[in-house]
Design a protein around this ligand. Structure first.
Ligand code: CA
Length: 173
């Protein structure tokens, strides 16, 4: 078997998903504003997403975020039955790729199409800090997310103090 090594992007690679076209989708954290991260929105981090084809060639890459802090973690990528990609992340921005910000930071699930264009996004959380670390497909159009929440409003009225672990299901709009 031939061993392949890819080296591109700025900064940190965090997660990789084998896609149904024989390629892969990768996410990372970028603080760079050049190279493959030229669209970085700044603010101590954007989520960098890159798609490689079955030959290992980078098809596209994009930085997701706004002027605040965006990051994703491990096991944060899912390919939908329609061929789009879901990225579980966290964000403290209300601009750039973000539509709105519920609190100091939100869990943020972004749907990209196979060309890397933003199709939909959802924010999860209350008025304090909330984060999504990992997402999974459960069945049909139902997905599962896990992360942390410090909010005690909205859906989170039983906060145990400071950060709580947090898991919830969601659908793609
Ligand atoms: Ca940012």
């Amino acid at each position: 078997m031939v061993e392949r090594v890819w080296r591109f992007w700025g900064d940190h690679g965090l997660d990789i998903l084998a896609t149904d076209d024989g390629g892969a989708l990768m996410t990372g954290l970028t603080l760079s504003t050049d190279g493959d991260a030229s669209g970085n929105h700044g603010g101590n981090g954007d989520v960098l997403v890159g798609k490689i084809d079955a030959e290992g060639k980078l098809q596209w890459s994009r930085a997701l975020g706004g002027s605040g802090v965006e990051y994703s973690s491990h096991n944060s990528l899912v390919q939908t039955s329609g061929g789009n990609y879901l990225i579980g992340a966290s964000s403290s921005s209300s601009n750039g790729d973000r539509k709105s910000l519920n609190g100091r930071s939100d869990g943020w699930v972004v749907e990209l199409n196979s060309q890397g264009q933003l199709v939909s996004q959802q924010s999860f959380g209350g008025r304090a800090e909330d984060a999504v670390y990992s997402i999974r497909h459960i069945q049909d159009d139902i997905y599962l997310a896990v992360g942390s929440t410090a909010s005690s409003d909205g859906r989170f009225t039983n906060n145990h103090g400071d950060w709580d672990a947090w898991a919830f299901t969601f659908k793609v709009p």
